[in-house]
Every structure is written in structure tokens, then in C-alpha cells.
Design a protein around this ligand. Sequence first.
Ligand code: CA
Length: 413
Amino acid sequence: MTNNDCWVNIPENSDFSIHNIPFGIFSDASDTKRVGVAIGDHLVDLATAAQLGLFDHLAIDKTVFTAEFLNAFIALGKQKTTAVREIVQQELLNESSVLKGNGVVAQKDATMHLPVFIRDYTDFYSSIEHATNVGTMFRDPEKALMPNWKHLPVGYHGRASSITVSGHDVHRPMGQTMPPNAEKPVYGPSKRVDFELEMGFIIGKNTGLGETLTTAIAEDYIFGKVLLNDWSARDVQKWEYVPLGPFLAKSFASHISPWVVTMEALTPFNVQGPKQEPEVLPYLKYAGAKNYDIHLQVAIQPENSKETVVCNSNFKYMYWNMAQQLTHHTMNGCNINVGDMMASGTISGKSEDSYGSMLELAWAGSKPLKMNDGSERTFINDNDTVIIRGYSEKDDIRIGFGEVRAKILPAKQ
Ligand code: CA
């Protein structure tokens, strides 16, 4: 199976190869939202595919393909969603498919929407490089990691209502900060708006209250992954986070990419994670390779200017894997629901050009980054667009996430 076997033209290095088949929610001129699958620069309308009878033998309620979100589709369970994915893949390889001339839409003619109704959002803090960098900047470099960090995947419950899809610009948040050497806090636009390079995973199966998962089965509860920019107002964060953790500095917006790449598509890119020392508690132990080799890139595009790539990182660096995060999350009996999103935390690598936030890249403002247009950045300026991209590549197989992009507009004062 290669891209050349597909009757939809797939440009070289496309993220949406025949091996990918990610799901999203789109609308076109007719303005009704539907489930789609990306292929090359096009997408397949699954509502049309269902009307054509392609999924009839699966006994799926066709309304899941005309829903506003993927939740009802995901809730069908992996057996059915995987079958749908494989049928679409086979149809795209079948020269006499009924989809030819029916239900294939150019992506440029479609609008992508938030793919999932996210009721609950949890943000972990699972990159050892990121946690070490932040700990070094704000605390003692000798004790950069908190005593708990290597014993549990640290996280917090985030805000789901302000998660939006790529392309929706957001205003610089107003906030309360304590300027350096000031006696009183001030209210005004954040001066330190930052991106966080993250990935989110979407829950594919409910657990009941009181139910716990193990690392051996946790991935069965994950439908797929998206790119995530978890915006942060660092000056607000620094003042407000004591003692309960992130609050308004994080909740003003988070952006995700529109296509959800399935765990099945990611399987070929499975890799071993870093060695965990000290040894973790038994409930967090796992067997096999549970990290994923996903190249990640962040670019900043100033207004009317070319973009500058500021970071190249990789999801494989994560110290705690998704199975451990989810096992830990359910350990106390807290239930999870289809469509919940869990985020990795900022994904930094070891080298200085692989840090996943401006806080680290410009080292708390002390090392400004040069843009291609000659300007400098320590944090994100008004009218800057931040773009995150991600892809995996191995042998002849490449799959990608597309991008998540959003502009920071001036504050509404
Ligand atoms: Ca975060």
C-alpha cells in the first residue's frame, strides 16, 4: 500500500497519506457539520460515504456522521471506528470506488471545526527537560525537580471551555501581575504571553466512577492524538500560581489541531521511553514500547512577515508515557469520558533549540530570539502567529497532524 495506489492525488510529504486516515469535523458550502477523513489536500465526507452504504454491514447509526462533534462516533468503540477507518482506506485504493466523484472535498473549500466536545481537560507535566528547565529558572538548579516528580506523572485539571480549534485568533489576556520590585500588583494586558508545545490525547472509552485502569490496557482507552498549543501568560502565572497551581494564566485559550490521528495510525512509530530511575511504584510499571516518535516543530510568524522556526522537538522524549498518565489519573477511581482530553505538558528536548516554550528558548527573557525579519522575541508579540506542526516518518511511511495555528491579537482593554 503506497500513496501512489490511491486515486486521490497525495502530494509528496503530505501529512495525510494513505497510512494516516485521521478524523475531523468539517463543513463546506452547505454549512452542516459532518465527519470527514483527511487524504492529501482533500477530505472524504463520511456522511456521504455512509449514505452510499459503505458502512451498512457495521450496523452504525448514520447520524454519528452528521453530528457536531466526533464524540458519538468515537463512542461506537474501537472495533467499529477501526473498521470504518479501514473501509475508507480500502475505498481510496479501489479505482472503482463509489466515492469517486462523490463526497471528496478539497480541504481549501472546507472549514474545520473543533473535532471533539471536550468536557474535561487535564494537563500533565511529563517532560523531564521542561520540568528541569522551569525548576532551574525559578528555584534552585540543584533541586530543579520537585521530590514527587520522578514518582508520579504530575498534572492538574485544566479548563475545557476555552479549548478551540486551529485558526481562531485570540486576544492577549488581561490579568493581575506583580511587576518586579513593585509594592502592589497591577491589572493590565499580560506582558509575557507564551506558547507551550504539547500534544493532547482524546479519550475513546468511558470508565465508571471507582474503576481503575492498568498500564497494560490504558491505551485501549485512547482514541487518538492532536497537536496542542497550551497558551500561558507567564507574568500572571508567576503571581497567581501559589499555592494551588495554574489558573487564569492558562485558561484564556488553548488551541488544538483539527484532525485526530488515531492510535492505530501511530502504532508503527512506537519507541522505547527513557529509563525511569528510581524505579516507579508497581501500579506505574509498564511493559513494551509506549513512547511515540513524533517530530514536532514550532514557528513564529510576525504580522506581514515570513515565519521563523524556533523549536524542533519530539514526543519521544516524554518521561511519563500516556499509559502511565492515564493509569495514574484513574488510580483514585476518578472516571474518564469519551472526548476528554489529556495533555502531555510542554515537550522539550535536551538541546536549546528543542525547548517547547519561549520561557525556555529565551531563558526567561534573558536570551532574545532573532526572527527572520530582524526583530527579536522574548515572548509572543501582538499580531504574531504561532504555528505548531508534527509528523512521524519511518521507512516509506509518513503520517502527520497538519498544524495548529493562532494569532495573538492586541488585548481588549
Ligand atoms: Ca501546559
